[in-house]
Design a protein around this ligand. Structure first.
Ligand code: XIL
Length: 356
């Protein structure tokens, strides 16, 4: 247990090993979503290299970024992530070939027919997954296909039914099609379905049902990406129970977007220093629960540090400070908690790391 009293104003806590080393000893990857436009910042780059063995472009491979217009693929930012990973000896995850959000205006307002949209999506998967074949070892093929709320239904979206690619009203059929295209385009990449079971119990149920059905019918899915955007109200026993159900699917599990949001003030600082300890406890419990599952092979935080996190913007500055490093790249109590959980798993799993 970390018993020191937490404050982000404390001197940097550099005692103990890094998450990167501890993850290697546990035989898992420890990653961060990164923004290649931040690579001009030496401190950012140093933090990326020191703490993580895997990186994933946070936005650079989403449609709105990679498809500035119909005929143009802009791979420069994604390629910069691949180059950084090579220099740092890291693996690269890909995110994401199809999502309802972050699509460019020309696509959203294009009034395309389903058949045209179908061709464009197939071409996109072939071109993007093909471009990164051999560099990206695992892809989030598709993201968040189930509706928000408790219905567990398919989400209305341009790929599903507005107008969709020709499978409107046919449930997960369009998702299946995406996996088949992705397998053909990048036969050596692991293919993941990425979503957040912590959104609601019905999201978790729908995810489990779809992946079990795909496995049963031979649809090429290799893993589930568990986003895990959490906060201090997270129901840990329920989450641990759900993680066990995902483990029982038998496919690989990657925690893809872990963060634990806490209330912050106008200066984006935690309102209550005690929350940093509660945040650390949640991080520790989640990492430990994942690592108890042999299927869990990678854990990733959604961003490098609190200065580069989507939570403040997304929550209109009500929440923030959700990551392991503060905005000055100092290790927070949650960092030590995660490193401890990784070290404990290393002792249990006893496996040498697949990468450094
Ligand atoms: C978020 C990014 O962090 C933001 O910068 C962007 O403006 C919107 O998307 N689930 C996902 C991620 O799968 O792609 C989202 O990332 C966060 C929620």
């Amino acid at each position: 247990m970390n018993t020191r009293v937490a404050s982000v104003d404390d001197a940097p806590d550099v005692a103990g090993g890094t998450t990167r080393r501890a993850a290697a000893a546990a035989g898992v990857l420890f990653g961060a979503a990164v923004a290649p436009e931040c690579f001009v910042d030496d401190a950012y780059c140093a933090a990326v290299a020191e703490h993580f063995s895997m990186i994933e472009p946070e936005n650079a491979l989403k449609w709105a970024a990679v498809r500035p217009s119909r005929d143009v693929f802009d791979f420069a930012p994604g390629d910069a992530v691949v180059r950084a990973a090579r220099a740092n000896g890291q693996r690269v995850r890909g995110h994401v070939l199809a999502w309802h959000a972050y699509n460019p205006g020309w696509l959203r307002r294009g009034r395309f027919e389903p058949s045209e949209l179908c061709h464009m999506l197939q071409h996109h998967v072939e071109t993007v997954a093909g471009h990164y074949a051999g560099d990206i070892f695992a892809w989030d093929v598709v993201n968040e296909v189930f509706a928000d709320g408790a219905s567990g239904r398919m989400r209305a979206s341009m790929w599903y039914d507005r107008p969709g690619i020709g499978f409107a009203g046919q449930g997960t059929r369009y998702v299946e099609q995406l996996f088949r295209w992705a397998r053909a385009a990048a036969p050596d990449a692991l293919l993941f379905y990425n979503d957040d079971p912590s959104r609601s119990g019905s999201t978790a149920t729908a995810m489990l049902g779809m992946v079990a059905d795909f496995l049963h019918r031979g649809v090429p899915v290799d893993g589930v990406g568990l986003q895990l955007h959490l906060d201090l109200a997270t129901d840990l026993p329920q989450l641990e129970d759900e993680l066990g159900q995902f483990g029982a699917l038998g496919v690989e599990l990657h925690v893809t977007e872990l963060d634990v949001a806490i209330p912050t003030d106008a200066a984006r600082q935690p309102v209550n220093a005690h929350d940093l300890e509660r945040q650390a406890d949640i991080y520790r419990a989640v990492v430990a629960a994942c690592l108890r599952l042999p299927q869990c092979t990678a854990i990733q935080t959604w961003g490098v540090d609190d200065g580069h996190s989507w939570i403040p913007t997304f929550s209109h500055d009500a929440f923030g400070a959700a990551l392991l490093l503060d905005a000055s790249y100092r290790r927070k109590p949650a960092y030590r908690a995660v490193a401890d959980a990784l070290e404990a798993a290393a002792a249990l799993r006893g496996a040498p790391g697949p990468t450094q």
